[in-house]
Design a protein around this ligand. Structure first.
Ligand SMILES: [Zn+2]
Length: 98
């Protein structure tokens, strides 16, 4: 009795699903987004460093730029801000020493 089924057997390839714990495929858009974010952070860091060199001073946070505190009764007497030594300005964080 002749068989109606084909006699050739095609080899099947194993499924190409990634194994758990194995290397995960990198999505191209995710990699480019990470590269863009890294470049943006580097550009912001460089801009911050340039800003520190061109404008190293900021207003004193203790006296708000007004370093004289006057006596409540003797209005001609005053004290200077101890944080900024009476200058009303302090160096920004990260600024090079002057
Ligand atoms: Zn001050």
């Amino acid at each position: 009795m002749p068989s109606a089924l084909p006699t050739t057997i095609q080899p099947t390839s194993p499924p190409t699903t990634p194994t758990p714990g194995g290397p995960t495929p990198h999505h191209p858009s995710t990699a480019s987004a990470i590269a863009f974010a890294a470049l943006l952070l580097i550009a912001l860091f460089i801009a911050w460093r340039i800003s520190l060199r061109t404008h190293p001073w900021t207003r004193c946070p203790k006296c708000k730029g007004d370093p004289r505190s006057y006596h409540p009764i003797f209005s001609r007497h005053f004290a200077l801000c101890p944080r900024c030594n009476g200058t009303g300005r302090v160096l920004r964080k990260g600024a090079p020493p002057q």
